[in-house]
Design a protein around this ligand. Structure first.
Ligand code: ICS
Length: 520
C-alpha cells in the first residue's frame, strides 16, 4: 500500500473524519527517525470500533482475575454478564472455597434504581456476598448509569467495610471515564497500589530470585506455562498481576527483587510506582514466541547476574528448544510464506509478530485498539504526549519512597550498565519492529478492515470476536488473539507449539474453499 492508495481509502470519509483517521495510520518507513501516530484519543461517533470501556479495563481486565475476591458489578446486568469469564482468564485454587472466579455478581439495577438511586441495593448486595461467600476482600466496580445518577459508591463501601471488617474497595470506573478500557487499567492500578500492594507483613521474600509477573492475565493458561519455565529455572514467583492471582499474594508483592512486565499498557503504572516506592526495577519481557521467551529468560538471568542461574537458564532453554523445534518445523512447512494482520488490544498487536515470524508468516498490518503512543513509538515519547481532558480525567497517583521498605535492589552504577544491555524500566514499542511498507493502524475500524483486506489479502487475520466473523465471511481464517478461541496457552515454549498447531489448522481447513470472497 502506498500513500495514494491510503488516500483513496480515507476519501470515503467526510473531510473532518478523514483528517482525524489519517493521523492514526502509518506506512512504516525505517528511514524516518520517528513516525508519530495519534493514539488514545476518542473514537469518532458512528464508527464501529473494537474498543471496550473503562469498566471493562478495570473490572474485566485487571481486577477480574483476582480469584480470592468477590467482584461486584454495580449496574444493569449486561455489564456484569459480558465480563463473566468471556476473557478466559483461568484460575485454580488449592482451596476451592476460596476461588470465586466462576461467579458473576451484580446489583442488577432496574429502572426504579436509576430513578431512586441504587445505594441501598448495593449495600444489601455486599451484605449478601458476605453471608454467602465470606471472602477476604470485595471489589465494587461502577458502570455508566451509577456515575450518571450519582450513587456514592465510596460512602456505601466505607460503611460496608466498617460493618464487615474486611477489605472492600470502590472503583469509580464508569464506562465513559475514558476513551477506552485503558482508562480502567489506570483506575485499577491506582487503587491496588494504594490499598493492597504492600499491605502484607512480609519484609523479605521467602525464596531465591523472587519476582513478580506484571501484566500477565493467564488467558488460556498462559501464566501457568510461563511459571512452569521460571520455576524450573529456579525463580520464586511471588505474585502474578493478575492472572490466576490473588489478593493475598498481591499484598506481599513489595518484597520482590524484580518485576517482569509482559503487558506494558495495562500495568506500567504499578510497575513504575513499585520502582519509586520500593526501589524494585522492572524488566520488559515477552513470553510470546520462542526467541522472545529465550531473550526474556536471558535478560532476567543477566539482571540477577548469578553464574549458576545463567547456566541453569541455558540448560532449560536448550532442553525446551530441542523438544519443540521439530514440532515447530513441521507446522512451519504449512505456514511458510503467508501473511497476517495482527490487530489486538494494547500489547498483543506487537507481541505476536515474533511468533508469526517464527512460523514464516509476515505481519503486514498491525495495530492496537487502545494503546498509547509509547506502546507504538517507545517510552521516550512519554514527555511529548499531550495530556488532553480525557487523560486528565484519571487521577495520577503520586507515590514516594517507602521510609521503611525502600531498598535499591541494584546500585545506580550497575543499573546504568544493565540498562545498556537489557530493557530495564524501558519499552521500545511496536513500530521499530515493523518492516518497510507495512501498515500500522491505531483503533482500526470495520470499514478500514475491509478495505485493507481487499488490497493486501492476508492469509490470516489475528484479532477478536467483534470482527472475526466478517473476516471469515471474506474467506480468511481468523484467529482470536484475545480469548484464543477456546484454545491456549500460547505463551512460552508449549504455547508456541499450540499456537503453531492452531494456525496451521486454520490454513489447512477445507472450509475456505466453499466461500467466495467479495472480490472474486
Ligand atoms: Fe494487556 Mo483483549 Fe491483555 Fe492486551 Fe489488555 Fe485486553 Fe487482553 Fe488484549 C489485553 S491486559 S483483554 S495484554 S489479556 S485490555 S487480549 S492490553 S484487548 S492485547
Amino acid at each position: 500500500i502506498n500513500e495514494k492508495m491510503l488516500e483513496e481509502i480515507l476519501n470515503q470519509y467526510p473531510a473532518k473524519v478523514k483528517r482525524n483517521r489519517k493521523k492514526h495510520i502509518i506506512i512504516r518507513d525505517p528511514e524516518q527517525a520517528r513516525q508519530e501516530i495519534e493514539a488514545n484519543t476518542r473514537t469518532i461517533p458512528g464508527i464501529i470500533t473494537n474498543r471496550g470501556c473503562a469498566y471493562a479495563g478495570c473490572k474485566g481486565v485487571v481486577l477480574g482475575p483476582l480469584k480470592d475476591m468477590v467482584h461486584i458489578t454495580h449496574g444493569p446486568i449486561g455489564c456484569g454478564y459480558y465480563s463473566w469469564l468471556t476473557r478466559r482468564n483461568k484460575a485454580k485454587s488449592e482451596d476451592p472455597t476460596n476461588n470465586f472466579l466462576s461467579y458473576c455478581v451484580s446489583t442488577d439495577m432496574q429502572e426504579s434504581d436509576i430513578v431512586f438511586g441504587g445505594e441501598k441495593k448495593l449495600a444489601k448486595a455486599i451484605d449478601e456476598v458476605m453471608e454467602i461467600f465470606k471472602p477476604k476482600a470485595i471489589s465494587v466496580s461502577a458502570t455508566c448509569p451509577v456515575g450518571l445518577i450519582g450513587d456514592d459508591l465510596n460512602a456505601v463501601v466505607r460503611a460496608a467495610q466498617e460493618r464487615h471488617g474486611i477489605k472492600i474497595m470502590a472503583f469509580n470506573c464508569e464506562g465513559y471515564k475514558g476513551v477506552s478500557q485503558s482508562a480502567g487499567h489506570h483506575i485499577a492500578n491506582n487503587i491496588l497500589m494504594e490499598q493492597v500492594i504492600g499491605s502484607g507483613d512480609l519484609e523479605e521474600a521467602p525464596g531465591k530470585y523472587p519476582i513478580n509477573i506484571l501484566g500477565e492475565y493467564n488467558i488460556g493458561g498462559d501464566s501457568w506455562e510461563v511459571e512452569r519455565i521460571l520455576k524450573d529455572i529456579g525463580y520464586t514467583v511471588l505474585a502474578v498481576m493478575t492472572g490466576d492471582g490473588s489478593y493475598e499474594e498481591l499484598k506481599n508483592a513489595h518484597v520482590a527483587e524484580l518485576n517482569l512486565v509482559q503487558c506494558h499498557r495495562s500495568i506500567n503504572y504499578i510497575a513504575e510506582m513499585l520502582e519509586v516506592k520500593y526501589g524494585t526495577p522492572w524488566l520488559k519481557v515477552n513470553f510470546i514466541g520462542v526467541q522472545a521467551t529465550i531473550d526474556s529468560l536471558r535478560n532476567m538471568a543477566l539482571y540477577f547476574g548469578d553464574a549458576e542461574l545463567i547456566s541453569r537458564t541455558e540448560e532449560v532453554i536448550a532442553r525446551e528448544v530441542a523438544r519443540i523445534e521439530p514440532i515447530m518445523e513441521q507446522y512451519k512447512r504449512i505456514c511458510q510464506g503467508k501473511t497476517a494482520f495482527c490487530f489486538v488490544g494494547g500489547s498483543r498487536g506487537h507481541h505476536y509478530q515474533g511468533l508469526f515470524g517464527e512460523l514464516g508468516i509476515e505481519t503486514v498490518l498491525a495495530g492496537y485498539e487502545f494503546a498509547h503512543r509509547d506502546d507504538y513509538e517507545g517510552r521516550e515519547v512519554i514527555p511529548d504526549i499531550k495530556l488532553d481532558a480525557d487523560t486528565k480525567n484519571i487521577p495520577e497517583l503520586h507515590v514516594e519512597p517507602d521510609e521503611r521498605r525502600f531498598r535499591l535492589k541494584v546500585s545506580p552504577e550497575r543499573m546504568e550498565e544493565l540498562k545498556k544491555k537489557i530493557p530495564l524500566s524501558y519499552y521500545k514499542g511496536m513500530n521499530v519492529e515493523m518492516k518497510e511498507g507495512h501498515i500500522i493502524v491505531d483503533d482500526l475500524n470495520h470499514y478500514e478492515t475491509e478495505e485493507f483486506i481487499k488490497i493486501l489479502k492476508p492469509d490470516i487475520f489475528a484479532s477478536g470476536i467483534k470482527d472475526k466473523y466478517v473476516v471469515q465471511k471474506m474467506g480468511i481464517p481468523a484467529k482470536q488473539i484475545h480469548s484464543y478461541d477456546y484454545s491456549g496457552p500460547y505463551a512460552g515454549f508449549n504455547g508456541a507449539i499450540k499456537f503453531a498447531e492452531d494456525v496451521a489448522m486454520g490454513f489447512v481447513s477445507p472450509t475456505w474453499n466453499f466461500i467466495t470472497p467479495p472480490w472474486k
